[in-house]
Design a protein around this ligand. Structure first.
Ligand code: HEC
Ligand code: HEC
Ligand code: HEC
Ligand code: HEC
Ligand code: HEC
Ligand code: HEC
Ligand code: HEC
Ligand code: HEC
Length: 442
């Protein structure tokens, strides 16, 4: 009796091991604990209790104990979003000698710069609504075209909530929650830029006593873990618009473009109303297939993707401190192949890279992100298409055409501009790479 039980145990474990090896599972295996974690739901507060009474203290107080994280963060753009240009004039990337004459600000008046990689905007102290605030200059520097460009932020979704004038448009409501640490929850600019406590929550208790717990996103389930990034990397509307009969004009001089009150670990859903998207309809922010037209839409796109639904998070691809896989500095196919492998259960379902991409292995046309993260969005109306989509599912040329999207937002076309979308679709047909889903768009 006991012996046969043992034999069947040995045989069945051999079968299991065989299946695991033949399915090419090992690469995704280390992630199983993450992927199969119980989902706690969007409404549960996962902030440690000890943080409820804590306040924000700033990144300097973490440095001595967490030197490595501090060093990595310091070298990332999160630490440089807002820079005091009066203290450090070298942070200015614009050519102020060519600033147009009808500019409503001078370099001397500007206190902070916002951004540096794609565009730079300037914050000027102003009294708005009777309180000390900041306004934005009416020109921004486009770092991609190296030109000054008109800037009228009040024309965005909240245009019915503010006068059409930069001078009465406060950054406190429109911007600062996402660009200053602490502002989102306390309405105090604790520290310029995105620092430790934007993602870990207020830390005064933990600094006093390191045993006092502090929020770490990767400890909660993957859906909730993503929220620490989604608080900022997702276009939104003022949550008060969910109240019955509330319209933008009812939020006169107070409409907020960030989830006011949110702290890492709190249920983001109670603070954030994502920018609306109706499938098959083009909007200011999205193409009819849901791909982004603008920057800062990673979350809006990613939540539509199968990887999100299976429990892959932003930090599976981006180190949260270094931010590796930064814009226009991708890590290459290795970033994807740490989970994917050729002929594996999760795809690609061909046995070699060349069979999957139909391009030579060393061709640009064999880089995963070139086909799965096409450049569908721009940083400003006058910028080139440089913002890659975080909807990873392949977009067929026929889909691009059926949705009336600009052809250059299609991966194949972006590299083969001498071809038509029709011809590129035919290439895919001839490769046997068109599934039934593509015929929906024919
Ligand atoms: C006096 C030293 C000290 C200071 C100051 C300090 N920490 Fe820590 N921190 C620690 C120690 C020790 C641990 C490990 C604690 C443990 O394992 O229970 C830790 C753990 C952490 C963790 C991981 C928590 C987890 O559950 O795994 C985070 C996140 C963190 N600290 C963030 C911060 C931030 C942000 C600051 C600054 C606002 C900060 N720490 C300041 C000593 C410190
Ligand atoms: C953009 C969000 C973000 C910022 C900013 C940030 N962190 Fe983190 N940090 C995270 C996430 C997410 C994790 C979990 C990473 C993981 O488990 O792989 C983490 C992990 C940690 C840990 C635990 C490391 C471990 O091995 O478990 C420490 C300590 C820490 N951070 C300290 C800091 C300090 C200090 C700063 C500021 C200098 C900082 N973080 C800034 C998001 C952030
Ligand atoms: C408090 C707001 C905020 C939070 C929270 C936040 N980010 Fe960011 N992130 C920004 C801003 C603003 C920028 C632009 C910085 C700049 O250009 O100076 C940015 C830039 C980035 C970049 C591009 C960096 C580059 O060099 O091109 C990546 C990647 C990124 N964030 C990933 C993340 C991830 C992953 C998380 C969550 C762990 C996260 N962010 C959390 C606001 C935030
Ligand atoms: C909901 C959070 C949020 C709000 C509100 C917000 N931003 Fe940002 N902003 C981000 C994030 C996240 C990024 C980086 C990601 C990206 O661009 O895709 C960013 C990027 C930028 C950049 C480009 C940075 C660079 O290095 O090129 C500028 C400039 C900027 N924002 C200015 C503003 C201004 C001005 C406002 C207010 C009118 C504002 N933002 C409101 C989150 C926000
Ligand atoms: C499957 C991997 C993967 C996941 C998941 C992922 N990203 Fe990315 N992301 C990338 C790669 C690769 C790039 C670099 C693209 C490039 O070359 O510009 C990138 C670029 C970015 C950028 C720079 C955008 C720009 O061009 O201005 C930001 C910001 C960003 N990711 C944030 C996020 C956030 C927030 C999440 C979660 C909602 C996320 N990413 C999830 C792979 C990923
Ligand atoms: C030349 C364009 C191209 C490149 C480059 C490319 N893919 Fe694909 N990929 C596709 C197309 C087209 C599909 C959908 C049609 C299909 O399923 O055959 C697809 C489908 C997939 C799928 C869904 C499962 C499957 O096999 O259908 C996965 C996963 C995938 N690709 C991963 C990757 C990874 C990882 C890389 C980089 C090693 C990569 N792809 C590079 C074109 C590309
Ligand atoms: C941490 C693990 C992990 C990483 C890293 C990763 N993937 Fe995935 N990917 C998955 C899982 C899990 C699935 C879901 C498989 C399924 O549904 O069968 C998936 C599915 C996909 C799909 C098919 C479903 C869809 O939504 O389109 C594509 C395409 C894809 N990944 C592309 C990529 C690309 C490109 C990269 C690199 C930028 C990448 N993946 C990085 C784990 C990962
Ligand atoms: C990142 C750029 C890039 C992307 C994206 C890309 N290709 Fe290519 N393609 C190339 C390059 C470069 C070659 C030259 C041969 C090589 O490197 O394999 C090529 C070669 C080809 C060829 C061989 C005939 C020729 O023109 O030389 C065909 C057909 C083709 N691509 C179709 C496609 C289709 C269809 C897609 C979308 C699924 C696509 N390509 C996506 C860059 C790209």
């Amino acid at each position: 009796m006991k012996k046969s039980w043992l034999i069947s145990l040995v045989i069945s474990s051999m079968i299991i091991i065989g299946v695991v090896i033949s399915m090419n599972l090992p690469k995704i295996l280390p992630y199983y604990a993450q992927l199969s974690q119980v989902r706690v739901g969007l409404d549960v507060d996962v902030q440690p209790l000890a943080q409820k009474s804590a306040h924000f203290v700033g990144s300097d107080s973490c440095k001595t104990c967490h030197e490595a994280e501090h060093h990595d963060w310091k070298s990332s753009l999160h630490s440089k979003m807002i820079q005091d240009i009066q203290k450090d004039p070298s942070a200015v990337i614009a050519d102020f000698s060519t600033l147009p004459l009808d500019a409503d600000f001078t370099l001397k008046e500007a206190v902070y710069s916002i951004g540096s990689k794609f565009k730079q905007r300037y914050m000027i102290p102003a009294t708005i609504n009777g309180s000390e605030d900041f306004r934005l200059g009416n020109y921004q520097w486009n770092a991609e075209t190296h030109k000054w460009q008109n800037f009228k932020p009040y024309k965005y979704w909240y245009k019915d909530a503010y006068p059409a004038d930069n001078k009465t448009f406060p950054t406190s409501n429109a911007c600062d929650g996402c660009h200053f640490t602490g502002y989102m929850s306390t309405q105090k600019r604790v520290e310029p830029s995105i620092s430790c406590e934007s993602c870990h929550g207020p830390a005064s208790q933990h600094v006093k006593d390191p045993q006092s717990p502090i929020f770490k996103a990767s400890l909660s389930d993957p859906i909730r873990s993503n929220e620490v990034c989604l608080q900022c990397h997702m276009r939104n509307r003022d949550i008060r618009l969910t109240q019955k009969d509330t319209q933008v004009k009812d939020l006169w001089m107070s409409a907020k473009d960030y989830p006011l009150g949110y702290e890492a670990g709190l249920p983001l859903k109670q603070y954030k109303l994502p920018a609306p998207f109706t499938p098959n309809q083009e909007s200011k922010e999205f193409w009819p297939n849901g791909a982004a037209k603008k920057n800062r839409t990673q979350g809006n796109e990613y939540v539509q993707d199968a990887m999100y639904q299976h429990g892959i998070t932003c930090i599976n691809c981006h180190n949260p401190h270094k931010l590796s896989n930064t814009a226009q500095k991708p890590e290459g196919n290795d970033a994807c192949m740490k989970c994917h492998s050729m002929g594996s259960l999760i795809g690609p379902h061909q046995n070699t890279l060349e069979e999957h991409t139909m391009h030579k292995a060393d061709s640009k046309g064999s880089q995963c992100i070139e086909c799965h993260m096409p450049k569908t969005a721009k940083h400003t109306g006058k910028s080139p298409y440089t913002v890659r989509s975080h909807r990873f599912r392949f977009t067929y040329p026929s889909e691009t055409k059926a949705y009336n999207m600009p052809p250059q937002t299609n991966a194949c076309y972006s590299c083969h501009q001498d071809q038509s979308l029709e011809n590129l679709q035919k290439d895919l047909l001839s490769w046997g790479r068109v599934g039934w889903d593509a015929f929906i768009f024919n």
